[in-house]
Design a protein. Structure first.
Length: 296
């Protein structure tokens, strides 16, 4: 992802007195545990043996979710040559003919010689979506709900229009050809949402009504200290869908460590993450899903 113009924020306390809320349908502890397993695979750049092992792990986890599972495989032209990539897609059918998508990337940036395990950047979105799969399996559905794990979000060199967000660019184009995009009510992409000092700024590039719906829902649930009033501009996996007319939103905390100093460094490790942060985001998005399903 890329970023412009963030506000420095002091994040306060969670509404449930510092512990995950009892009986919450989305478990931050489970999401954190999933993320720990993801990080144990080590660095996971596209095309690597580690990401292939992670792909198998995610697909195995989804077998018990009741979802229709598919893959979107392609070879990307990158600055380091052709790289095989694979988006992972889980779909829970509804009855309305419309659909909602939650997405995130599961690759880590290729940093040869640096032990970059991407606990927050790549790991948290992966673990979050795995727990979301469990939560979705337990609830009735009006719309189709998709979870998508994007490959190739990270650029191999300096970020550019042709280097980065490979998986989302490929799937958006494919779904446009197939007619799937026309059924989408909304796509919400999560990235770097596990930071124990979570502070989400409004993405100025995202669809305004969807952004305001998410922030209003967070405020109503008592999580306004996490969904902040400031704005920033992000380029992430939501962008290819926005360009094709889909209502889309990026949820990302790009203030990770003092001066964002943990981002793309060996310091992006599990000790920087919190189950509370996962649970706040998951609880809000499940509530947002209810509202989206009520829209026609």
């Amino acid at each position: 992802m890329t970023f412009s113009g963030a506000l420095q924020v002091t994040v306060l306390t969670l509404a449930c007195a510092g512990t995950p809320c009892a009986g919450a349908p989305f478990s931050g502890e489970r999401a954190l545990a999933h993320t720990r397993k993801v990080v144990a695979f080590g660095p996971r750049p596209p095309g690597s043996p580690a990401i292939r092992k992670l792909q198998s792990h995610i697909l195995a986890e989804l077998k018990t979710s009741g979802a229709q599972v598919s893959t979107d495989e392609f070879t990307a032209s990158t600055p380091v040559g052709p790289v095989a990539m694979k988006n992972l897609i889980a779909r829970w059918p509804g009855k309305s003919g419309r659909a909602v998508v939650f997405s995130g990337h599961y690759d880590t940036k290729s940093m040869p010689g640096i032990p970059f395990v991407g606990a927050n950047d790549g790991g948290s979105s992966t673990g979050f979506l795995l727990e979301m799969a469990r939560a979705l399996a337990a609830r009735p559905r009006v719309d189709d709900v998709y979870l998508v794990w994007f490959d190739g979000e990270e650029a191999f060199g300096p970020w550019s229009a042709t280097d980065g967000i490979y998986g989302s660019r490929h799937l958006a184009a494919r779904w446009a050809r197939e007619g799937t995009l026309g059924r989408l009510k909304a796509l919400i992409n999560v990235d770097m949402i596990g930071d124990r000092r979570l502070g989400l700024l409004k993405d100025a590039n995202s669809t305004p009504w969807l952004r305001e719906l998410v922030w209003a829902t967070a405020a109503r649930l008592g999580y306004g200290n996490y969904f902040l009033a400031g704005e920033a501009g992000y380029v992430d996996d939501h962008e290819p869908f926005l360009k094709l007319g889909v209502s889309a939103l990026a949820l990302i905390d790009f203030d990770y460590g003092p001066g964002n100093s943990y981002w793309h460094t060996p310091h992006d490790t599990m000790d920087k993450l919190s189950a509370q942060s996962f649970e706040v985001v998951g609880t809000v998005l499940l509530e947002v899903l209810k509202t989206l399903e009520a829209r026609r």
